[in-house]
Write a protein that binds this ligand. Structure first.
Ligand code: TEU
Length: 544
């Protein structure tokens, strides 16, 4: 594990939605530069920058057409260099998003492959169809078919795309691909970036292209989730590239269980520093990610405990650009928005691991307020709608499903102030602003001593100063219908975090005694109030 970043607070920026400096309705790099002081004041150590590379934007930058250039609507390479330097001046490092499972179909490699250059055809996964059909029965992450005719359909060749058809998967069997990616990584590391968040990194190597076991979604996944081939590639990347720069890596690892996550991030295997697992993000869904069900706090608690005790070191996160907002998912919101957002932050910072937050989480931003699919930009949502339609699901059911689960819920423009455009843009925002920006915005929250940001800063500072929160062990004390309590312990010193996931009062679990150090209520009460969070310094003699 790279010790330098272990105790960092990492803030994810989704550049499109963060801050627009030139009025075109799209966030950009100069916009980010203008907010660096704000991020420093929040106590942010590292920025994870979602892709800023050249891209036709089929998947908002996760489809890269040039890994060594900047998307013009975000600015120029000179802007990027300035961002890096300005962040450094403020003690902030930047990690880039490394998307190497696939490129854009507009990348030069794919174009040359299509033009018939064998060398580049071998950069991608191109297979002959079988018996007049597709090469295999696999599913696709974006509710689509993962095979698309490669060039002239009469040739009977298909290329694999586990995401959109404009995101062809790279062929990691080809050593040339490995060399190209190493070169790209060195390009950014030489500039001074601190490392990478590695997109869907545990699926890059496919073990075989045989048919998979039939499932509701992602048939075939057993052939590419965390394969030995992926482990080998990760260890090589670490040895050949990362180690020479002391770079930091956090892998986005999909569909991993605890042992898989351990293998990918175990110190002795020298692959990734840490991983994002998703089980806790699935606590309110049935099977497929597009079906959300009612949130049951106890399920979240069980999963958190399982991962806290199962891995030596976790990434702690409740939000990113693919997930609906935590305050909407895990609390009732409305009148409880502020107190709920604080409780979730209190919980997040109290867990053992590196804390990752997503833009807007520090003010308790909520899911978007979309009226219909026309207002949604995300390709995944549009594909889900098509798939649901083909299954005979009629509206308003389709819309209800999409409205709840759409990734655009997290991608609405950042709410900086209550003016028109929310301080995000002077133009027309690329995605509909949430109308609650007049109430929920950075300027207003900052002016409120009881604001979410004030609480964020307290928790962040406290974690940085507390060896118990940083290094202490984790032990669950209570996981009830609504109340979650756990202990962090180091050398006999104990801190206890207690959360009430209810709009009603709940009793404190028995046996928890001590002094409250931080709470999201201004005063004390015998029982826990709606969404109350307490961080308690436990009396040494207290029995538990
Ligand atoms: O996401 C990977 C992924 O598995 C997503 O499908 C995720 O589970 C889903 O969005 C939740 O609904 C990564 C990126 O974070 C995402 O933005 C990209 O679209 C995707 O990879 C392809 O690069």
């Amino acid at each position: 594990m790279n010790k330098k970043y272990k105790h960092s607070t990492v803030y994810q920026i989704y550049p499109r939605s963060f801050c627009d400096s030139d009025g075109d309705g799209v966030g950009d790099i100069r916009g980010i530069i203008s907010k660096l002081d704000y991020l420093r004041d929040l106590g942010i150590d590292v920025i994870w920058l979602s892709p800023v590379y050249k891209s036709p934007n089929d998947d908002n930058g996760y489809d890269i057409s040039d890994y060594k250039d900047i998307q013009p609507e975000f600015g120029t390479m000179a802007d990027f260099d300035e961002l890096l330097a300005a962040a450094k001046e403020r003690g902030i490092s930047i990690i880039m998003d490394l998307v190497i499972n696939h490129t854009s179909d507009e990348h030069e490699w794919f174009r040359r492959a299509l033009a018939g250059e064998e060398k580049y055809k071998n950069y991608y996964i191109i297979k002959k169809g079988k018996n007049g059909g597709l090469p295999n029965n696999w599913g696709n992450f974006f509710a689509d078919c993962p095979w698309e005719p490669f060039g002239d359909p009469a040739n009977g060749e298909y290329y694999l795309h586990l995401f959109s058809k404009k995101q062809p998967d790279l062929n990691w069997y080809n050593p040339e691909v490995y060399r190209e990616i190493c070169d790209i990584m060195r390009f950014w590391l030489d500039k001074g970036v601190a490392g990478f968040r590695c997109d869907v990194i545990n699926i890059i190597h496919k073990r075989t292209f045989e048919d998979g076991k039939r499932r509701l979604a992602l048939t075939g996944k057993e052939h590419y989730i965390s394969t030995e081939g992926t482990h080998r590639i990760l260890a090589s990347l670490r040895r050949d590239v990362m180690d020479n720069y002391d770079a930091f890596t956090v892998g986005e690892t999909v569909m991993v269980d605890v042992p898989m996550a351990r293998d990918l991030s175990d110190e002795s295997r020298r692959e990734l520093d840490m991983v994002f697992a998703f089980e806790h993000m699935e606590c309110d869904q049935i099977g497929v990610k597009w079906f959300k069900t009612k949130f049951k706090p106890r399920k979240l608690m069980r999963i958190l405990t399982k991962w806290q005790t199962g891995l030596d070191w976790n990434t702690c996160y409740f939000e990113n650009h693919d997930q609906p907002r935590s305050v909407t998912r895990f609390t009732e919101g409305g009148e409880y928005r502020k107190v709920g957002a604080k409780m979730l932050l209190g919980l997040l910072f109290s867990l053992r691991g590196t804390t990752f937050v997503y833009e807007g989480q520090e003010i308790g931003m909520t899911n978007g307020a979309f009226g219909s699919l026309d207002e949604i930009m995300d390709i995944e949502s549009h594909n889900v709608d098509k798939m649901a339609k083909s299954l005979g699901i009629v509206n308003p059911f389709r819309w209800r499903l999409i409205n709840k689960t759409s990734r655009d819920n997290a991608r609405t423009p950042m709410q900086w102030n209550g003016n028109e455009g929310a301080g995000f843009t002077s133009g027309t925002p690329w995605l509909k602003l949430h109308p609650n920006y007049k109430d929920v915005n950075v300027e207003r929250d900052l002016s409120d001593p009881d604001g979410v940001i004030a609480f964020f800063k307290r928790m962040n500072l406290y974690k940085k100063s507390s060896d118990i929160l940083k290094e202490g062990s984790f032990r669950e004390l209570h996981a009830g219908k609504y109340v979650y309590a756990f202990e962090r312990e180091l050398s006999g010193e104990r801190l206890i975090a207690v959360c009430n996931f209810s709009t009603k009062k709940s009793n404190m679990p028995e046996g928890i005694e001590g002094d409250v150090i931080i709470s999201n209520y201004p005063d004390m009460a015998p029982s826990l109030r709606p969404y109350e969070f307490r961080l308690i310094s436990a009396r040494k003699e207290g029995k538990l």
